[in-house]
Design a protein around this ligand. Structure first.
Ligand code: PEP
Ligand code: MG
Length: 581
Protein backbone atom coordinates (compact mmCIF):
# COMPACT_ATOMS: atom_id res chain seq x y z
CA UNK A 1 0.00 0.00 0.00
CA UNK A 2 1.28 3.48 -0.84
CA UNK A 3 1.84 5.98 1.94
CA UNK A 4 0.19 9.37 1.76
CA UNK A 5 2.58 12.33 1.23
CA UNK A 6 1.60 15.94 1.97
CA UNK A 7 3.20 19.07 0.45
CA UNK A 8 2.36 22.54 1.73
CA UNK A 9 2.13 25.60 -0.54
CA UNK A 10 -0.14 28.64 -0.79
CA UNK A 11 -3.81 28.17 -1.66
CA UNK A 12 -4.68 30.76 -4.31
CA UNK A 13 -7.94 29.42 -5.70
CA UNK A 14 -10.44 27.65 -3.44
CA UNK A 15 -11.87 24.18 -3.92
CA UNK A 16 -10.89 20.52 -3.68
CA UNK A 17 -9.80 18.42 -6.65
CA UNK A 18 -9.12 14.71 -6.54
CA UNK A 19 -7.76 12.93 -9.59
CA UNK A 20 -4.77 11.96 -11.67
CA UNK A 21 -1.71 14.22 -11.92
CA UNK A 22 -0.29 15.48 -15.19
CA UNK A 23 3.23 16.79 -14.71
CA UNK A 24 3.86 19.57 -17.22
CA UNK A 25 7.59 19.69 -17.99
CA UNK A 26 7.84 21.69 -21.18
CA UNK A 27 11.59 21.21 -21.46
CA UNK A 28 11.57 17.50 -20.84
CA UNK A 29 14.54 15.64 -22.16
CA UNK A 30 13.07 13.10 -24.60
CA UNK A 31 14.13 9.77 -23.02
CA UNK A 32 16.93 7.82 -24.76
CA UNK A 33 15.90 4.79 -26.80
CA UNK A 34 18.43 2.19 -28.01
CA UNK A 35 18.29 1.52 -31.72
CA UNK A 36 19.63 -1.50 -33.61
CA UNK A 37 22.67 -1.36 -35.90
CA UNK A 38 20.72 -0.32 -39.02
CA UNK A 39 18.49 1.84 -36.85
CA UNK A 40 21.06 4.63 -36.67
CA UNK A 41 20.64 5.36 -40.38
CA UNK A 42 16.90 5.57 -39.86
CA UNK A 43 17.40 7.99 -36.95
CA UNK A 44 19.78 10.21 -38.97
CA UNK A 45 17.20 10.26 -41.76
CA UNK A 46 14.48 11.22 -39.23
CA UNK A 47 16.68 14.05 -37.97
CA UNK A 48 17.27 15.41 -41.48
CA UNK A 49 13.54 15.25 -42.29
CA UNK A 50 12.70 17.07 -39.06
CA UNK A 51 15.28 19.80 -39.79
CA UNK A 52 13.84 20.25 -43.30
CA UNK A 53 10.28 20.45 -41.94
CA UNK A 54 11.39 22.96 -39.31
CA UNK A 55 13.16 25.13 -41.87
CA UNK A 56 9.99 25.18 -44.01
CA UNK A 57 7.83 26.15 -41.00
CA UNK A 58 10.20 28.95 -40.01
CA UNK A 59 10.21 30.43 -43.51
CA UNK A 60 6.39 30.30 -43.67
CA UNK A 61 6.19 31.90 -40.25
CA UNK A 62 8.63 34.59 -41.29
CA UNK A 63 6.40 35.48 -44.24
CA UNK A 64 3.28 35.61 -42.08
CA UNK A 65 4.94 37.75 -39.41
CA UNK A 66 6.37 40.08 -42.05
CA UNK A 67 2.83 40.64 -43.31
CA UNK A 68 1.28 41.30 -39.89
CA UNK A 69 4.15 42.81 -37.85
CA UNK A 70 6.60 44.10 -40.45
CA UNK A 71 10.10 43.20 -41.63
CA UNK A 72 11.84 44.22 -38.38
CA UNK A 73 10.03 41.62 -36.26
CA UNK A 74 10.32 38.99 -38.99
CA UNK A 75 14.11 39.39 -39.03
CA UNK A 76 14.53 37.24 -35.91
CA UNK A 77 13.54 34.22 -37.99
CA UNK A 78 16.69 34.61 -40.08
CA UNK A 79 18.65 33.68 -36.98
CA UNK A 80 16.32 30.70 -36.52
CA UNK A 81 16.97 29.48 -40.07
CA UNK A 82 20.72 29.70 -39.37
CA UNK A 83 20.26 27.36 -36.41
CA UNK A 84 18.69 24.56 -38.52
CA UNK A 85 21.41 25.03 -41.12
CA UNK A 86 24.29 24.92 -38.63
CA UNK A 87 26.48 22.14 -40.11
CA UNK A 88 28.76 21.77 -37.07
CA UNK A 89 25.88 21.22 -34.70
CA UNK A 90 24.04 18.83 -37.02
CA UNK A 91 27.22 16.84 -37.49
CA UNK A 92 27.62 16.55 -33.74
CA UNK A 93 24.06 15.23 -33.36
CA UNK A 94 24.55 12.67 -36.13
CA UNK A 95 27.78 11.46 -34.54
CA UNK A 96 26.06 11.02 -31.21
CA UNK A 97 23.22 9.03 -32.81
CA UNK A 98 25.77 6.61 -34.34
CA UNK A 99 28.15 6.52 -31.38
CA UNK A 100 25.47 5.84 -28.77
CA UNK A 101 22.97 4.03 -31.02
CA UNK A 102 20.27 6.29 -29.67
CA UNK A 103 17.15 8.00 -31.00
CA UNK A 104 17.38 11.31 -32.86
CA UNK A 105 15.33 13.40 -30.41
CA UNK A 106 17.48 12.41 -27.43
CA UNK A 107 20.75 13.16 -29.29
CA UNK A 108 19.42 16.45 -30.66
CA UNK A 109 18.16 17.59 -27.25
CA UNK A 110 21.47 16.68 -25.56
CA UNK A 111 23.61 18.54 -28.11
CA UNK A 112 21.58 21.72 -28.38
CA UNK A 113 21.21 22.00 -24.61
CA UNK A 114 24.98 21.87 -24.34
CA UNK A 115 25.10 24.83 -26.76
CA UNK A 116 22.32 26.66 -24.92
CA UNK A 117 24.10 26.30 -21.57
CA UNK A 118 27.43 27.59 -22.83
CA UNK A 119 25.90 30.49 -24.80
CA UNK A 120 23.69 31.41 -21.85
CA UNK A 121 26.81 31.93 -19.73
CA UNK A 122 28.46 34.36 -22.21
CA UNK A 123 29.09 38.00 -21.30
CA UNK A 124 28.12 39.23 -24.74
CA UNK A 125 24.35 39.96 -24.87
CA UNK A 126 24.25 39.08 -28.59
CA UNK A 127 25.55 35.60 -27.89
CA UNK A 128 23.19 35.17 -24.93
CA UNK A 129 20.30 35.99 -27.23
CA UNK A 130 21.45 33.26 -29.60
CA UNK A 131 20.77 30.81 -26.76
CA UNK A 132 17.12 31.90 -26.84
CA UNK A 133 16.98 31.37 -30.62
CA UNK A 134 18.47 27.90 -30.32
CA UNK A 135 16.04 27.02 -27.56
CA UNK A 136 13.10 28.13 -29.67
CA UNK A 137 14.21 26.28 -32.76
CA UNK A 138 15.15 23.22 -30.70
CA UNK A 139 11.58 22.95 -29.44
CA UNK A 140 10.30 23.05 -32.99
CA UNK A 141 12.70 20.34 -34.17
CA UNK A 142 11.78 18.07 -31.26
CA UNK A 143 8.12 18.75 -31.91
CA UNK A 144 8.63 17.63 -35.51
CA UNK A 145 10.54 14.53 -34.43
CA UNK A 146 7.94 13.50 -31.88
CA UNK A 147 5.01 14.56 -34.04
CA UNK A 148 3.66 16.52 -31.07
CA UNK A 149 4.50 19.38 -28.72
CA UNK A 150 6.52 18.00 -25.78
CA UNK A 151 4.15 17.73 -22.82
CA UNK A 152 2.02 20.70 -23.95
CA UNK A 153 -1.26 21.21 -22.13
CA UNK A 154 -3.05 21.21 -25.48
CA UNK A 155 -2.30 17.46 -25.57
CA UNK A 156 -4.41 16.74 -22.46
CA UNK A 157 -7.15 14.32 -23.45
CA UNK A 158 -8.70 13.57 -20.07
CA UNK A 159 -9.38 15.49 -16.83
CA UNK A 160 -6.14 16.00 -14.91
CA UNK A 161 -4.64 17.99 -12.03
CA UNK A 162 -1.77 19.88 -13.67
CA UNK A 163 1.54 20.08 -11.78
CA UNK A 164 4.32 22.33 -13.09
CA UNK A 165 7.28 24.44 -12.05
CA UNK A 166 5.47 27.41 -13.53
CA UNK A 167 2.37 27.86 -15.67
CA UNK A 168 1.95 30.94 -17.79
CA UNK A 169 -1.44 32.15 -19.00
CA UNK A 170 -0.37 31.12 -22.50
CA UNK A 171 0.25 27.55 -21.21
CA UNK A 172 -3.08 27.24 -19.45
CA UNK A 173 -5.12 28.69 -22.26
CA UNK A 174 -4.00 25.79 -24.52
CA UNK A 175 -5.88 23.16 -22.52
CA UNK A 176 -9.53 22.29 -22.94
CA UNK A 177 -11.33 23.64 -19.88
CA UNK A 178 -13.12 20.43 -19.03
CA UNK A 179 -9.72 18.67 -18.72
CA UNK A 180 -8.36 21.06 -16.10
CA UNK A 181 -9.22 19.91 -12.56
CA UNK A 182 -6.67 22.05 -10.72
CA UNK A 183 -3.19 23.62 -10.84
CA UNK A 184 -0.23 23.11 -8.51
CA UNK A 185 2.96 25.06 -9.20
CA UNK A 186 6.32 25.60 -7.54
CA UNK A 187 6.26 29.37 -8.16
CA UNK A 188 3.54 32.05 -8.34
CA UNK A 189 1.47 34.33 -6.11
CA UNK A 190 -2.18 34.99 -5.30
CA UNK A 191 -2.57 37.61 -8.01
CA UNK A 192 -0.32 35.99 -10.64
CA UNK A 193 -2.32 35.57 -13.81
CA UNK A 194 -2.25 31.78 -13.41
CA UNK A 195 -4.03 32.08 -10.08
CA UNK A 196 -6.54 34.50 -11.60
CA UNK A 197 -7.11 32.04 -14.44
CA UNK A 198 -7.73 29.20 -11.94
CA UNK A 199 -10.31 31.28 -10.10
CA UNK A 200 -11.95 32.21 -13.36
CA UNK A 201 -12.12 28.51 -14.31
CA UNK A 202 -13.43 27.84 -10.80
CA UNK A 203 -10.80 25.16 -10.10
CA UNK A 204 -8.49 24.91 -7.07
CA UNK A 205 -4.89 26.08 -7.30
CA UNK A 206 -1.90 25.84 -4.98
CA UNK A 207 1.36 27.71 -5.66
CA UNK A 208 4.71 28.00 -3.91
CA UNK A 209 5.42 24.25 -3.80
CA UNK A 210 9.18 24.96 -4.08
CA UNK A 211 11.15 22.01 -5.45
CA UNK A 212 8.46 19.58 -4.29
CA UNK A 213 7.06 18.59 -7.64
CA UNK A 214 10.15 16.97 -9.14
CA UNK A 215 9.51 13.74 -7.23
CA UNK A 216 5.92 13.39 -8.47
CA UNK A 217 5.17 11.50 -11.66
CA UNK A 218 2.36 11.94 -14.17
CA UNK A 219 -0.31 9.36 -13.41
CA UNK A 220 -0.05 9.62 -9.60
CA UNK A 221 -3.27 9.93 -7.62
CA UNK A 222 -3.40 13.37 -6.00
CA UNK A 223 -5.74 15.52 -3.98
CA UNK A 224 -5.45 19.29 -4.21
CA UNK A 225 -6.77 21.47 -1.39
CA UNK A 226 -7.03 25.04 -2.69
CA UNK A 227 -8.41 26.28 0.67
CA UNK A 228 -5.54 25.10 2.84
CA UNK A 229 -2.81 25.19 0.16
CA UNK A 230 -2.05 21.45 0.27
CA UNK A 231 -1.09 18.91 -2.35
CA UNK A 232 -1.60 15.34 -1.14
CA UNK A 233 -0.09 12.48 -3.13
CA UNK A 234 -1.65 9.01 -2.74
CA UNK A 235 -4.29 10.24 -0.27
CA UNK A 236 -5.50 7.71 2.31
CA UNK A 237 -9.14 6.57 2.62
CA UNK A 238 -9.50 8.68 5.76
CA UNK A 239 -8.22 11.83 3.97
CA UNK A 240 -10.58 11.26 1.05
CA UNK A 241 -13.49 10.85 3.45
CA UNK A 242 -12.67 14.07 5.33
CA UNK A 243 -12.26 16.08 2.14
CA UNK A 244 -15.49 14.62 0.75
CA UNK A 245 -17.34 16.26 3.65
CA UNK A 246 -15.62 19.64 3.01
CA UNK A 247 -16.56 19.50 -0.66
CA UNK A 248 -20.17 18.60 0.10
CA UNK A 249 -20.45 21.63 2.40
CA UNK A 250 -19.03 23.91 -0.28
CA UNK A 251 -21.50 22.53 -2.85
CA UNK A 252 -24.42 23.19 -0.48
CA UNK A 253 -23.34 26.83 0.00
CA UNK A 254 -22.89 27.34 -3.76
CA UNK A 255 -26.33 25.84 -4.44
CA UNK A 256 -27.92 28.13 -1.85
CA UNK A 257 -26.29 31.14 -3.46
CA UNK A 258 -27.61 30.37 -6.96
CA UNK A 259 -30.97 31.58 -5.62
CA UNK A 260 -29.48 35.09 -5.39
CA UNK A 261 -28.90 35.36 -9.14
CA UNK A 262 -31.86 37.64 -9.86
CA UNK A 263 -31.81 39.60 -6.62
CA UNK A 264 -30.29 43.06 -6.41
CA UNK A 265 -26.79 43.64 -5.04
CA UNK A 266 -28.20 46.05 -2.48
CA UNK A 267 -27.32 46.51 1.18
CA UNK A 268 -29.77 46.04 4.05
CA UNK A 269 -30.42 49.80 4.02
CA UNK A 270 -31.37 49.57 0.34
CA UNK A 271 -28.19 51.17 -1.06
CA UNK A 272 -27.16 49.51 -4.30
CA UNK A 273 -23.57 48.48 -5.06
CA UNK A 274 -22.83 47.76 -8.69
CA UNK A 275 -21.55 44.17 -8.96
CA UNK A 276 -19.86 43.16 -12.21
CA UNK A 277 -17.79 40.26 -13.51
CA UNK A 278 -14.23 40.02 -14.81
CA UNK A 279 -13.85 37.94 -17.95
CA UNK A 280 -10.83 36.73 -19.91
CA UNK A 281 -12.42 35.41 -23.10
CA UNK A 282 -15.74 35.61 -24.94
CA UNK A 283 -16.50 32.08 -23.69
CA UNK A 284 -16.71 33.47 -20.14
CA UNK A 285 -19.65 35.81 -20.76
CA UNK A 286 -22.35 33.14 -20.34
CA UNK A 287 -21.09 32.16 -16.89
CA UNK A 288 -20.67 35.82 -15.94
CA UNK A 289 -24.30 36.60 -16.79
CA UNK A 290 -25.52 33.38 -15.16
CA UNK A 291 -23.82 34.42 -11.93
CA UNK A 292 -25.99 37.55 -11.83
CA UNK A 293 -23.39 40.13 -12.92
CA UNK A 294 -24.73 43.59 -13.77
CA UNK A 295 -22.09 44.05 -16.43
CA UNK A 296 -18.49 43.26 -17.25
CA UNK A 297 -16.17 45.36 -15.11
CA UNK A 298 -13.03 44.09 -16.82
CA UNK A 299 -12.62 42.23 -20.09
CA UNK A 300 -8.92 41.23 -20.24
CA UNK A 301 -8.22 41.08 -23.96
CA UNK A 302 -4.70 39.59 -23.86
CA UNK A 303 -5.85 35.99 -24.24
CA UNK A 304 -6.70 36.57 -27.88
CA UNK A 305 -3.00 37.14 -28.53
CA UNK A 306 -1.56 33.97 -26.97
CA UNK A 307 -0.30 30.80 -28.64
CA UNK A 308 -0.11 32.11 -32.15
CA UNK A 309 2.64 33.43 -34.34
CA UNK A 310 0.61 36.27 -35.83
CA UNK A 311 -1.55 38.96 -34.25
CA UNK A 312 -5.36 38.96 -34.30
CA UNK A 313 -6.60 41.20 -37.11
CA UNK A 314 -9.33 43.81 -36.67
CA UNK A 315 -12.19 41.61 -37.91
CA UNK A 316 -11.25 38.73 -35.63
CA UNK A 317 -11.11 41.02 -32.61
CA UNK A 318 -14.34 42.75 -33.58
CA UNK A 319 -16.10 39.36 -33.79
CA UNK A 320 -14.80 38.36 -30.32
CA UNK A 321 -15.83 41.66 -28.67
CA UNK A 322 -19.19 41.69 -30.42
CA UNK A 323 -20.10 38.27 -28.97
CA UNK A 324 -19.58 39.63 -25.45
CA UNK A 325 -21.21 43.01 -26.07
CA UNK A 326 -24.32 41.54 -27.69
CA UNK A 327 -24.72 38.87 -25.00
CA UNK A 328 -24.44 41.48 -22.22
CA UNK A 329 -26.55 44.20 -23.90
CA UNK A 330 -27.93 46.43 -22.34
CA UNK A 331 -25.49 45.75 -19.50
CA UNK A 332 -22.17 47.62 -19.86
CA UNK A 333 -18.93 45.93 -20.87
CA UNK A 334 -15.61 47.56 -19.98
CA UNK A 335 -13.10 46.38 -22.57
CA UNK A 336 -9.55 46.90 -21.41
CA UNK A 337 -6.99 47.54 -24.12
CA UNK A 338 -4.04 45.23 -24.42
CA UNK A 339 -2.00 44.54 -21.27
CA UNK A 340 0.74 42.28 -22.59
CA UNK A 341 4.01 42.14 -20.65
CA UNK A 342 4.77 41.31 -17.00
CA UNK A 343 3.73 37.66 -16.67
CA UNK A 344 1.78 37.73 -19.95
CA UNK A 345 4.49 37.59 -22.57
CA UNK A 346 3.90 37.36 -26.28
CA UNK A 347 6.24 35.02 -28.21
CA UNK A 348 6.92 37.48 -31.02
CA UNK A 349 6.55 40.86 -29.32
CA UNK A 350 8.55 40.03 -26.21
CA UNK A 351 11.64 38.54 -27.79
CA UNK A 352 14.03 40.71 -25.73
CA UNK A 353 14.24 39.39 -22.18
CA UNK A 354 13.77 42.13 -19.55
CA UNK A 355 15.28 42.04 -16.08
CA UNK A 356 12.12 43.54 -14.53
CA UNK A 357 9.23 42.75 -16.85
CA UNK A 358 6.59 44.14 -14.45
CA UNK A 359 8.42 47.48 -14.56
CA UNK A 360 9.10 47.16 -18.26
CA UNK A 361 7.55 47.08 -21.66
CA UNK A 362 4.00 46.38 -20.65
CA UNK A 363 0.39 47.38 -21.42
CA UNK A 364 -0.12 50.98 -22.60
CA UNK A 365 3.65 51.32 -23.10
CA UNK A 366 3.58 48.57 -25.72
CA UNK A 367 0.47 50.06 -27.34
CA UNK A 368 1.80 53.61 -27.55
CA UNK A 369 4.97 52.34 -29.20
CA UNK A 370 3.22 49.85 -31.48
CA UNK A 371 0.40 52.11 -32.66
CA UNK A 372 -0.45 49.71 -35.47
CA UNK A 373 -1.38 47.07 -32.86
CA UNK A 374 -3.16 49.65 -30.68
CA UNK A 375 -5.20 51.12 -33.54
CA UNK A 376 -6.27 47.69 -34.76
CA UNK A 377 -7.66 46.94 -31.32
CA UNK A 378 -9.28 50.34 -30.79
CA UNK A 379 -11.03 50.17 -34.17
CA UNK A 380 -12.33 46.67 -33.31
CA UNK A 381 -13.62 47.86 -29.90
CA UNK A 382 -15.26 50.94 -31.42
CA UNK A 383 -16.99 48.81 -34.04
CA UNK A 384 -18.27 46.46 -31.32
CA UNK A 385 -19.71 49.48 -29.48
CA UNK A 386 -22.45 49.70 -32.12
CA UNK A 387 -23.90 46.44 -30.69
CA UNK A 388 -24.44 47.33 -27.04
CA UNK A 389 -22.92 49.35 -24.22
CA UNK A 390 -19.12 49.43 -24.41
CA UNK A 391 -16.64 51.40 -22.34
CA UNK A 392 -12.93 51.57 -23.18
CA UNK A 393 -10.32 51.29 -20.44
CA UNK A 394 -6.56 51.94 -20.70
CA UNK A 395 -4.28 49.91 -18.39
CA UNK A 396 -1.10 50.95 -16.54
CA UNK A 397 -1.56 54.70 -16.99
CA UNK A 398 1.10 56.42 -14.88
CA UNK A 399 0.65 60.06 -15.90
CA UNK A 400 -1.24 62.57 -18.00
CA UNK A 401 0.95 62.54 -21.14
CA UNK A 402 0.32 58.79 -21.58
CA UNK A 403 -3.41 59.25 -21.12
CA UNK A 404 -3.55 62.14 -23.58
CA UNK A 405 -1.49 60.22 -26.10
CA UNK A 406 -3.80 57.18 -25.80
CA UNK A 407 -6.89 59.38 -26.15
CA UNK A 408 -5.30 60.97 -29.23
CA UNK A 409 -4.91 57.56 -30.88
CA UNK A 410 -8.51 56.75 -29.98
CA UNK A 411 -9.63 60.02 -31.56
CA UNK A 412 -7.74 59.12 -34.77
CA UNK A 413 -9.59 55.79 -34.90
CA UNK A 414 -12.94 57.48 -34.36
CA UNK A 415 -12.20 59.93 -37.19
CA UNK A 416 -11.18 57.08 -39.51
CA UNK A 417 -14.35 55.11 -38.81
CA UNK A 418 -16.51 58.21 -39.32
CA UNK A 419 -14.81 58.85 -42.66
CA UNK A 420 -15.40 55.21 -43.62
CA UNK A 421 -19.06 55.45 -42.54
CA UNK A 422 -18.60 52.63 -40.04
CA UNK A 423 -21.02 52.70 -37.11
CA UNK A 424 -19.82 53.07 -33.51
CA UNK A 425 -21.15 54.60 -30.30
CA UNK A 426 -20.26 58.31 -30.47
CA UNK A 427 -20.99 58.60 -26.70
CA UNK A 428 -18.59 55.82 -25.75
CA UNK A 429 -17.02 56.37 -22.34
CA UNK A 430 -13.28 56.22 -21.76
CA UNK A 431 -11.69 55.34 -18.45
CA UNK A 432 -8.42 54.17 -16.96
CA UNK A 433 -7.14 51.59 -14.55
CA UNK A 434 -5.62 53.06 -11.42
CA UNK A 435 -2.92 50.51 -10.72
CA UNK A 436 0.27 52.54 -10.63
CA UNK A 437 0.82 54.55 -7.42
CA UNK A 438 1.71 57.73 -9.35
CA UNK A 439 -1.73 57.59 -11.00
CA UNK A 440 -3.48 57.27 -7.63
CA UNK A 441 -1.52 60.28 -6.39
CA UNK A 442 -2.60 62.46 -9.31
CA UNK A 443 -6.10 60.99 -9.49
CA UNK A 444 -7.52 64.55 -9.23
CA UNK A 445 -5.75 65.54 -12.47
CA UNK A 446 -6.61 62.32 -14.29
CA UNK A 447 -10.26 62.49 -13.19
CA UNK A 448 -10.76 65.64 -15.27
CA UNK A 449 -9.96 63.75 -18.45
CA UNK A 450 -11.88 60.45 -18.15
CA UNK A 451 -15.39 59.20 -17.35
CA UNK A 452 -14.41 56.49 -14.90
CA UNK A 453 -11.65 54.86 -12.89
CA UNK A 454 -11.17 51.20 -12.07
CA UNK A 455 -8.77 50.30 -9.29
CA UNK A 456 -6.42 47.53 -10.38
CA UNK A 457 -5.35 46.51 -6.91
CA UNK A 458 -3.36 43.47 -8.09
CA UNK A 459 -0.78 45.81 -9.54
CA UNK A 460 -1.43 48.73 -7.19
CA UNK A 461 -0.45 46.54 -4.22
CA UNK A 462 2.66 45.17 -5.96
CA UNK A 463 3.89 48.59 -7.08
CA UNK A 464 3.01 50.41 -3.86
CA UNK A 465 4.69 47.85 -1.59
CA UNK A 466 7.46 46.73 -3.99
CA UNK A 467 6.32 43.09 -3.79
CA UNK A 468 6.36 41.13 -7.05
CA UNK A 469 2.86 39.65 -7.33
CA UNK A 470 4.19 36.40 -8.83
CA UNK A 471 6.98 35.72 -6.34
CA UNK A 472 5.88 33.09 -3.81
CA UNK A 473 8.97 33.73 -1.69
CA UNK A 474 7.66 37.13 -0.61
CA UNK A 475 3.96 36.27 -0.87
CA UNK A 476 3.58 36.94 2.88
CA UNK A 477 4.56 40.59 2.19
CA UNK A 478 1.84 41.04 -0.45
CA UNK A 479 -0.72 42.89 1.67
CA UNK A 480 -3.82 44.39 0.05
CA UNK A 481 -4.78 45.89 3.42
CA UNK A 482 -1.44 47.70 3.87
CA UNK A 483 -2.19 51.21 5.23
CA UNK A 484 -0.29 52.68 2.26
CA UNK A 485 -2.57 50.87 -0.18
CA UNK A 486 -5.66 51.98 1.74
CA UNK A 487 -4.59 55.61 1.47
CA UNK A 488 -4.03 55.26 -2.28
CA UNK A 489 -7.51 53.74 -2.67
CA UNK A 490 -9.05 56.52 -0.60
CA UNK A 491 -7.23 59.24 -2.58
CA UNK A 492 -8.50 57.72 -5.81
CA UNK A 493 -12.10 57.38 -4.64
CA UNK A 494 -12.20 60.90 -3.19
CA UNK A 495 -10.70 62.41 -6.36
CA UNK A 496 -13.17 60.51 -8.55
CA UNK A 497 -16.17 61.65 -6.51
CA UNK A 498 -14.96 65.25 -6.33
CA UNK A 499 -14.88 65.22 -10.15
CA UNK A 500 -18.26 63.45 -10.32
CA UNK A 501 -16.95 60.27 -11.97
CA UNK A 502 -17.57 56.59 -11.23
CA UNK A 503 -14.91 54.47 -9.51
CA UNK A 504 -14.87 50.68 -9.48
CA UNK A 505 -12.42 48.01 -8.46
CA UNK A 506 -11.48 45.11 -10.72
CA UNK A 507 -8.42 43.73 -8.91
CA UNK A 508 -8.79 40.48 -6.94
CA UNK A 509 -9.71 42.51 -3.83
CA UNK A 510 -13.09 43.03 -5.54
CA UNK A 511 -13.84 39.32 -5.02
CA UNK A 512 -12.35 38.98 -1.53
CA UNK A 513 -15.38 38.97 0.76
CA UNK A 514 -13.26 39.74 3.80
CA UNK A 515 -12.64 43.25 2.44
CA UNK A 516 -16.03 43.88 0.79
CA UNK A 517 -17.26 46.10 3.69
CA UNK A 518 -13.97 48.02 3.72
CA UNK A 519 -14.14 48.82 0.00
CA UNK A 520 -17.79 49.85 0.21
CA UNK A 521 -17.00 51.99 3.27
CA UNK A 522 -14.16 53.68 1.37
CA UNK A 523 -16.77 54.69 -1.23
CA UNK A 524 -16.03 52.38 -4.18
CA UNK A 525 -19.10 52.42 -6.51
CA UNK A 526 -18.57 49.10 -8.28
CA UNK A 527 -17.00 45.76 -7.40
CA UNK A 528 -15.93 43.51 -10.25
CA UNK A 529 -14.77 39.94 -9.66
CA UNK A 530 -14.65 36.45 -11.16
CA UNK A 531 -18.05 34.85 -11.85
CA UNK A 532 -17.40 31.98 -9.42
CA UNK A 533 -17.12 34.25 -6.37
CA UNK A 534 -19.68 36.82 -7.49
CA UNK A 535 -22.66 35.21 -5.67
CA UNK A 536 -20.57 35.16 -2.46
CA UNK A 537 -19.86 38.89 -2.83
CA UNK A 538 -23.55 39.52 -3.45
CA UNK A 539 -24.50 37.65 -0.30
CA UNK A 540 -21.93 39.70 1.64
CA UNK A 541 -23.28 42.99 0.26
CA UNK A 542 -26.85 41.99 1.14
CA UNK A 543 -25.85 41.30 4.75
CA UNK A 544 -24.22 44.71 5.28
CA UNK A 545 -25.33 48.29 5.79
CA UNK A 546 -23.53 51.49 4.88
CA UNK A 547 -23.13 52.74 8.45
CA UNK A 548 -21.14 49.65 9.48
CA UNK A 549 -19.01 49.80 6.32
CA UNK A 550 -18.19 53.48 6.84
CA UNK A 551 -17.31 52.91 10.48
CA UNK A 552 -14.99 50.07 9.47
CA UNK A 553 -13.29 52.20 6.78
CA UNK A 554 -12.77 55.09 9.22
CA UNK A 555 -11.31 52.82 11.83
CA UNK A 556 -9.14 50.96 9.25
CA UNK A 557 -7.65 54.24 8.07
CA UNK A 558 -6.40 54.81 11.62
CA UNK A 559 -4.66 51.41 11.81
CA UNK A 560 -0.88 51.32 11.61
CA UNK A 561 -0.39 47.88 10.02
CA UNK A 562 -1.98 45.76 7.31
CA UNK A 563 -2.53 42.95 9.82
CA UNK A 564 -4.54 45.25 12.09
CA UNK A 565 -6.72 46.35 9.15
CA UNK A 566 -7.24 42.74 8.05
CA UNK A 567 -8.20 41.67 11.54
CA UNK A 568 -10.88 44.41 11.79
CA UNK A 569 -12.19 43.35 8.38
CA UNK A 570 -12.29 39.68 9.38
CA UNK A 571 -14.20 40.51 12.54
CA UNK A 572 -16.92 42.39 10.68
CA UNK A 573 -17.13 39.70 7.98
CA UNK A 574 -17.48 36.98 10.66
CA UNK A 575 -20.24 38.93 12.36
CA UNK A 576 -22.26 39.22 9.14
CA UNK A 577 -21.55 36.16 6.99
CA UNK A 578 -19.45 33.67 8.91
CA UNK A 579 -20.91 30.76 6.91
CA UNK A 580 -19.18 32.02 3.73
CA UNK A 581 -15.70 32.30 5.17
C1 PEP B 1 -5.05 44.60 -11.56
O1 PEP B 1 -3.86 44.89 -11.71
O2 PEP B 1 -5.64 44.65 -10.48
C2 PEP B 1 -5.84 44.12 -12.71
C3 PEP B 1 -7.12 43.91 -12.61
O3 PEP B 1 -5.16 43.87 -13.87
P1 PEP B 1 -4.30 42.55 -14.12
O4 PEP B 1 -4.56 41.60 -12.99
O5 PEP B 1 -4.74 41.99 -15.43
O6 PEP B 1 -2.91 43.06 -14.14
MG1 MG C 1 -3.07 45.15 -13.67
Amino acid sequence: MKTERRFRGIGVSPGIAHGIAFVHRPDDDPPPRKVTAGGSDVEVERLRDALCATRKQIVELQERVEESLGAKDAAIFEAHVMVVEDGVMIDEVEKMIRRESCNAEHAFHTVIHRYIRSLGEMEDPYLRERAVDIHDVGRRVIHNLLGREPAALGALDAPRIVLAHNLTPSDTVQARREFLLGFATEVGGKTSHTAIMARSLNIPAVVGLHGKLTAIESGSEVLLDGYGGLLIVDPSEQTLFEYGAVEARRKRIDEDLTGLRDTAAAMRDGRPVMLSANIEQSDDIAQALASGAEGVGLFRTEFLYFNRDDLPVEDEQFAEYRIVVEAANPKPVIIRTLDLGGDKLHDQLHTDREDNPFLGWRAIRVCLERRDIFKTQLRAILRASAYGKVKIMFPMISGLPELRDAKGVLEECRAELRAENVAFDEMIETGIMIEVPSAAMIADLLAKEVSFFSLGTNDLVQYATAVDRTNERIAHLYEPTHPGVLRLIKMTVDAAHAAGIHVGICGEMGGDISVTPLLIGLGVDELSCGAAVLPHVKRAIRSLDMAACRALAESALQCDTGAAVQSQCDELARAHYAELL
